[in-house]
Ligand binder design. Sequence first.
Ligand code: SF4
Length: 567
Amino acid sequence: MEADVVIVGGGPAGMACALRLAQLIDAYNASGVDEPLSKENIYVLEKAREVGQHCLSGALLDPRSMRELLPGFEKEAPIDAEVTKESVWFLTKNGQRKFPIVPPPLEDHGNYVISLNKFVKWMGQKVEEAGITVFTGFAGSEVLWADDSDDPDVARVDGVRTDDKGVDKDGQPKANFEPGYELRAKVTILAEGTRGNCAKEVIGRLGLEDPEHAQTYGLGVKELWEIPAGRVAKGEVIYTLGYPLTTREYGGAWVYGISDTLVSVGYVTGLDYEDPRTDPHHVFQSFKEHPFARRILDGGKMVRYGAKSLPYGGWLTMPRIYGNGWMLLGDSASFLNSQRLKGIHLAIKSGMLAAETAFEALLSGDSSAERLQGYKARVDTSWIHEELWRVRNFHQGFEHGLLEGVVSAAIQQVMRGSILGPDRKNHAGYTRMIHLDEIGPPDLNRGPMIGHARGDGKLTFDRLTDVFHSGTRHDEDQPSHLVVEDLNICSGRCVREYGNPCQYFCPAAVYEMVEIASDGAAAGPAKELRINFTNCVHCKTCDIMDPYQIIQWVPPEGGGGPNYDGM
Ligand code: SF4
């Protein structure tokens, strides 16, 4: 299929890009030109069954970019509440201390509490009303290259291939087999969210990641809770640092008041911890057992669950975001402010700027890197740069623990992003994981973050109960979309060195080490990896955090995955 523009990923960045492009084309055509531009061959590919189903965030929206995209959007967009009250707390095992002031980056007055799922669904309607086709249930499964080059100035992206439908678990075609489409596009825009598989292919093949500034990530685990009225006000925002993480790890919790009886509650764990037994799902469950959270949730009911990784690296870890025929947007390109814990407004703005560049490319018939460089130039002169440059050293400051990070953040706040010396390097989080034999004697403070949470079924839950509340569904008769390059590493080296951390970092109980018939060796029963891929909530943590980097997340058959209704 020939296309003018293909946008891979129908999240906030992809939808904003499609909408802005439609606006520009409409304005151009309305200006009385002889050769109007068509919107017919502009497509958005979305891997979920319905728009928004795979969208998950806290979520707070800084409205700045939406006001530029659709002035007055507040009148019709699904907004749950305007933020009217914030507080920040530090939690110890049994205690809590309120920060005397809310640090300026966490001031949220004027921002909106939203469900990203509902918001993106609404954006999708706007895109379709504007005359752009959204294909749901189609993932971009691989990049189509025009040549064999791996030189970013030479290689050209020609489009993407969508996933094959109707393939059985052995890779054989079923009766309903349909091969994927090859969408050959003048401009291919990758907006797949964190660690997008096509974006990863482009970044890897063209060597776009700066080795001194590797991307770093966090994993957010979230639940929606119905609670008795009077505990958290509609529009109230609460952040916590500390328990159950120790000062050696990076992370914290949020509670957002959606209504007087519904809250979004979650915990982000930095994916750069040292102990391979760390379980971010357990971290979140332990947070809920703290008296501070218990007072909010006790007697309430958990109604939804989900998990998503997010890029923490910021400006310095941003790869090159354009090339011959392609651009990268949103979380796929590191547009997230980890100090403010916000990325939706940046994703939307990046989509708008990419749309302006794609529009110029369509008008001129030129989608070379030289032309698409305009996207980077736009980003560099926009408020995105202003916002992200100021916090470019933020996350690296926490590499040696919370205290150093807080001091470093204070210095950067005064020095507008600078630190005393050159910018700090970013190290890939998985490289910080240490071997089991280096961990040392048991540290009782770490218990609530190590190993799986069992759950009491009321306040806390095991992972399978939570996955049930994510609405996740995949056809079982298809190849696993978690591809492990060498299973011998899992049953050998990884058992000894790291104790198979995939069992712990996956928030959906996908990876399980099961005993197999022993070969009689004295070392105890042999184990092998079982992959329960149908549980996968598409958070991409395994692709990011596996210490050997041998797990690849590839798209399952389109339509499979979580259903984040209302999340
Ligand atoms: Fe996330 Fe990977 Fe587990 Fe899927 S298998 S839920 S992508 S960690």
